[in-house]
Design a protein around this ligand. Structure first.
Ligand code: FAD
Ligand code: FES
Length: 271
């Protein structure tokens, strides 16, 4: 089930430095979005910006017929989005793309969710689903990373779920001083990342995903990554989101918007 329609903004509030959470009235996305799926949004002022932009679904509130997205103000589109107020309208297409697949047997695995910056929102939806499905809180490990404390996203939400939460900031302003891969390494040294028991799910900037994928490959831990590419259409039409995926005898291109955005990290060719 998917919608393509103008939807009303219910709220649009700052949540951290240059970050906002926007709540949008959209019964279809509120009911059907799965962890890792995204919506394409369009906000227009004349011809600018010409293309829609992808944003991961963060919260679903089926009882209010709303969903929300957390976004970082980067350029033209997100600056316009930050000016939207309750009652304004945005065009929404979604939910789109595939979802994170929870490794089986769900209740015996240690699920390690690795988030970087605004990669955190879809992993929050995943962690919430895991807890809702009765996976032990101790078996849901979240590593939330950012450059600085004020750039951490969803930290309070993860803490509220009661899962095992580790924080890494590059300047040491919260949690350990370092990167998410430093936390992965210390968990491995403590014996928490046994390959046969563990599954990694990662979302964040491409450099972080590449480092997490390299860690997973080195230590034989299965890993799913949500790729951040430009997505001009989000519908499989323009090929603007092509990514290189390994095949038996080389590589092929796949469209991150319809074949992804989530891929097995071992299949991704990063350059
Ligand atoms: C599946 C998916 C889900 C996403 N979910 C979220 C989300 O939940 N919250 C969020 O804040 N962002 C998310 N993004 C990224 C978001 O789409 C971009 O931040 C947005 O397109 C920026 O638009 P803009 O016009 O404000 O900036 P632009 O003017 O388009 O870009 C500003 C700067 O950011 C860079 N940039 C733009 N888009 C990307 C990108 N996708 N990856 C890396 N660099 C980029 C540009 O190269 C430029 O330097 C997601 C992207 C994908 C593919
Ligand atoms: S964004 Fe157009 S084909 Fe994927």
């Amino acid at each position: 089930m998917r919608c393509a329609e103008y939807c009303e903004v219910v709220a649009n509030q700052p949540v951290a430095t240059d970050q906002f959470e926007i709540e949008i009235h959209c019964p279809t996305v509120a009911r059907y979005a799965q962890p890792g799926q995204f919506v394409q949004m369009r906000v227009q002022s004349g011809y600018e910006p010409l293309f829609s932009r992808p944003f991961s679904v963060f919260h679903r509130k089926p009882d209010r017929d709303t969903f929300s997205v957390v976004y970082l103000v980067r350029g033209t589109f997100t600056q316009l989005l930050a000016h939207k107020q309750a009652g304004d309208r945005v065009f929404v297409v979604g939910p789109l793309g595939n979802r994170f697949v929870v490794a089986e047997p769900q209740h015996e695995k240690v699920h390690v969710l690795v988030a970087g910056g605004v990669g955190a929102p879809p992993l929050y939806l995943l962690a919430e689903e895991m807890v809702h499905h009765g996976i032990a809180h101790s078996n849901v490990v979240v590593i939330n990373g950012a450059r600085r404390q004020d750039l951490l996203v969803c930290q309070g939400h993860f803490a509220g779920l009661g899962v095992r939460l580790f924080t890494a900031t590059e300047d040491g302003s919260a949690g350990i001083k370092g990167k998410v891969t430093d936390v992965l390494e210390s968990l491995r040294e403590q014996g928490d990342l046994a390959p046969e028991r563990c599954q990694i799910y990662a979302c964040g900037p491409t450099a972080m995903l590449e480092a997490v994928a390299a860690f997973a490959q080195q230590h034989h831990v299965p890993c799913q990554v949500s790729l951040e590419t430009l997505m001009p259409c989000g519908l499989g039409v323009c090929l603007g989101c092509a990514v290189k995926i390994r095949t038996g005898d080389g590589y092929d291109y796949k469209r991150a918007c319809v074949d992804g955005p989530i891929f097995d990290a071992a299949e991704v060719l990063w350059r």
